[in-house]
Design a protein around this ligand. Structure first.
Ligand SMILES: [Zn+2]
Length: 123
């Protein structure tokens, strides 16, 4: 089996992103683009509460993309559940928790399998 190049892995990770994600009572659109909502151009991602969009910056490695995705979802969770602060403490929480969750999933694939098997909502 031929090993995928790093660029192929990056392309595949972006192609397989979900187009939307449900967080609480809100559906959020997932877009890949440079953030148009912020004056800070160095952001890896951005969550817009008004448009209910999560934007992910292109050209991240799959690990960075996954971390950014979770990070922005944490901000959306805070917004939806009334925990939004938008201050440095929230940013620190999102950074540290996204890092922890990424490590949890990377280090424990059997946990992911178990979680998905026994925690799906019935259709
Ligand atoms: Zn953030």
């Amino acid at each position: 089996m031929q090993r995928q190049s790093e660029q192929e892995l990056i392309d595949e990770a972006y192609e397989n992103l979900p187009q939307k994600i449900r967080i609480g009572y809100m559906t959020w659109a997932i877009e890949v683009s440079e953030s148009a909502d912020s004056s800070v151009n160095k952001e890896f991602g951005h969550m817009n509460q008004l448009s209910q969009k999560i934007r992910l910056r292109p050209d991240q490695t799959p690990q960075s993309l996954a971390n950014t995705f979770i990070h922005e979802c944490l901000h959306a969770i805070h917004w939806v559940y009334g925990l939004w602060r938008g201050d440095p403490d929230e940013e620190q929480f999102a950074n540290q928790t996204a890092n922890g969750l990424c490590a949890l999933f990377q280090d424990n694939p059997e946990f992911e399998t178990w979680f998905l098997k026994y925690n799906r909502l019935s259709d």
